[in-house]
Design a binder for this molecule. Structure first.
Ligand SMILES: *Cc1c(COP(=O)(O)O)cnc(C)c1O
Length: 354
C-alpha cells in the first residue's frame, strides 16, 4: 500500500508539545513574550468576510512590507508556510546531487537530512571546529558540491559565523551553486547576511516569524535573494499548492514585521536574560557554548543530557536533549521569561547537580 519512497523516509521529530500538564516550556525556542500589540489589535477588528476569498498567491502586500524592512525590492522576497516549507522548496529547486553532494555542518538543524532523503539529494556533513563553531574554511572542501546550507547562528549550538567569513566563502564558491543561510535566530544579536544578496546572486537567506516575532503558531517564513532564485521558489510553490500562506497569516505577518520598535525591545530582553542565565549556569559548573540565539547549548561533566532532561521534566520543566554521538552530553535550553529561568536554575541547583 505504501510507496518505497515513503517507506524509506525517516521523518523529522518536532520538539514535544505535551498537553498532559502545564510545563515551563524551554524546548522549542519559542519566544516567551507576546506578539506585537499591533497583531492583537488587527485580530480584534478583523472582518471574517475576507476569508470568503482565496488568499493573494503573490503575497503582494506582505512582500512589500518585508522588502521595505530590508531595503530590497519586493521581487527579491518570497513567503511561505513557515521557513521549513521554504527550505524544502529551496532544496527541490536548487540542489541536485548529480552536481555533487549538498554540504552542511555535522551538527545542525536536523531537518536538512530529512529534506535530502525526501528529494533524493546526497549530502555531506562537514565537521565543526573543535570549539563547536562552523569551520567555514573547510567549505566547500575538495570535489564538487551542488550547494551549501547552514543556519546562522547555527542550531543547536547557537554559535554565530561572522559575515566576513560568509563573504570569504561566497567569494570562493561557484556563483552557479546556491548557498542557503537559514537565519531563524538572527535577531538575537547576530548580523544578517541579507545585504549580501545584491552582490551574490546565488545567496538565499531564509528567516522566520516563529522565533523573534513570537508567532510560531502562525506559520510564516520568508526568503530574500536574487529575483531569479525567488522566481524559482514561486515555480515550486505553484506546482504544489498556490495558497501556502493564508490571508490572515499574510495580514498578521505584515503587522508584526512593520513593528520593529516592539520586537527590538522584546528580543533585547531575551538577549539580556540569555547573558545572565549563561553566567549563572557557569557558576554551577556548566560549560555553555557562546550563543547568539534565543537558546543555549550547555553540558556538565559527569551527567548526560538525557538525565538532565528527565530530571527537569519531573520538575515540570521541558528542555531538549540529543541522542546523537557528540551531542549526548548537552541540553539545549530556550531562553524564557526571567522568572522561569530562575525557577530552572533553582531546580538545577537542588535536584540535578547537587
Ligand atoms: C525553528 C527553525 C526553523 C523553522 O522555522 P519555522 O519558520 O517555524 O518553520 C528553521 N530553521 C531553524 C534552524 C530553526 O531552528
Amino acid at each position: 500500500m505504501l510507496t518505497k519512497r515513503l517507506r524509506n523516509l525517516t521523518p523529522y521529530v518536532a520538539g514535544e508539545q505535551p498537553l498532559d500538564k502545564k510545563y515551563i516550556k524551554l524546548n522549542t525556542n519559542e519566544n516567551p513574550y507576546p506578539p506585537s500589540p499591533a497583531v492583537k489589535e488587527l485580530l480584534g477588528r478583523y472582518d471574517a468576510d475576507h476569508l470568503r476569498l482565496y488568499p493573494d498567491p503573490l503575497f503582494t502586500r506582505l512582500r512589500k512590507t518585508i522588502a521595505a524592512r530590508f531595503s530590497v525590492k519586493p521581487e527579491q522576497v518570497f513567503a511561505g508556510n513557515g521557513s521549513d516549507e521554504i527550505l524544502s522548496f529551496a532544496f527541490f529547486a536548487f540542489f541536485d546531487s548529480a552536481d555533487g553532494p549538498l554540504l552542511f555542518p555535522e551538527f545542525t538543524y536536523s531537518f536538512y537530512p530529512v529534506y535530502c532523503d525526501f528529494y533524493g539529494i546526497e549530502y555531506g556533513r562537514i565537521p565543526l571546529a573543535e570549539d563547536f563553531s562552523i569551520d567555514s574554511e573547510s567549505y566547500p572542501g575538495p570535489g564538487k558540491s551542488c550547494g551549501i546550507v547552514f543556519p546562522n547562528p547555527n542550531a543547536p549550538t547557537g554559535m554565530f559565523l561572522p559575515l566576513v567569513k560568509i563573504r570569504e566563502l561566497l567569494e570562493r564558491y561557484p556563483g552557479d551553486r546556491v548557498v542557503v543561510i537559514d537565519e531563524a535566530y538572527i535577531d538575537f544579536g547576530g548580523e544578517s547576511a541579507v545585504p549580501l544578496i545584491n552582490q551574490y546572486g546565488n545567496l538565499l537567506i531564509v528567516q522566520t516569524c516563529s522565533k523573534s516575532y513570537s508567532l510560531a503558531g502562525l506559520r510564516l517564513g520568508y526568503a530574500l535573494g536574487n529575483e531569479e532564485l525567488i522566481k524559482a521558489l514561486f515555480a515550486v510553490k505553484d506546482s504544489f499548492n498556490s495558497y501556502t500562506v493564508d490571508t490572515l497569516a499574510q495580514k498578521i505577518a505584515e503587522a508584526a514585521i512593520a513593528d520593529e520598535d516592539y520586537y527590538g525591545k522584546v528580543n533585547q530582553m531575551v538577549v539580556r536574560t540569555r547573558e545572565y542565565f549563561t553566567g549563572e549556569l557557569q557558576k554551577i559548573g556548566f560549560d555553555v557554548l557562546p550563543s547568539m540565539a534565543n537558546f543555549v547549548l550547555a553540558r556538565k561533566k559527569g551527567i548526560e543530557g538525557r538525565t538532565i532532561y528527565s530530571r527537569l521534566k519531573e520538575e515540570g520543566i521541558l528542555v531538549r536533549h540529543f541522542d546523537k554521538p557528540g551531542l549526548k552530553d548537552f541540553v539545549r535550553i530556550t531562553i524564557g521569561l526571567p522568572g522561569d529561568m530562575e525557577i530552572l536554575l533553582q531546580k538545577l541547583r537542588e535536584k540535578v547537580v547537587p
